[in-house]
Design a protein around this ligand. Structure first.
Ligand code: FES
Length: 75
């Protein structure tokens, strides 16, 4: 039987910060956008692959992803 190895995406790898920690900061400071969150804690300034995930996190609170989220440029 084929065993599917799921992916788990839960942090900005480049800045070494978990989405869960970013969410805590966003809740604490009322940040609703990536730039607002970046003013509090630096992340997402290198490859930016984490942006679509953080964007969804800010929308619905998800901090762990088991699927690829494709980016759009809205923030
Ligand atoms: S993973 Fe966030 S900038 Fe690269």
């Amino acid at each position: 039987m084929h065993r599917h190895q799921g992916i788990c995406i839960k942090r900005c790898v480049c800045s070494r910060v978990d989405f869960a920690d970013l969410k805590e900061l966003a809740d604490l400071h009322g940040a609703e956008t990536i730039p607002q969150l970046q003013a509090i804690r630096e992340f997402g300034v290198n490859c930016r692959l984490c942006h679509p995930y953080v964007r969804q996190m800010l929308r619905d609170g998800t901090t762990e992803f088991s699927h690829i989220v494709h980016g759009d440029e809205r923030s």
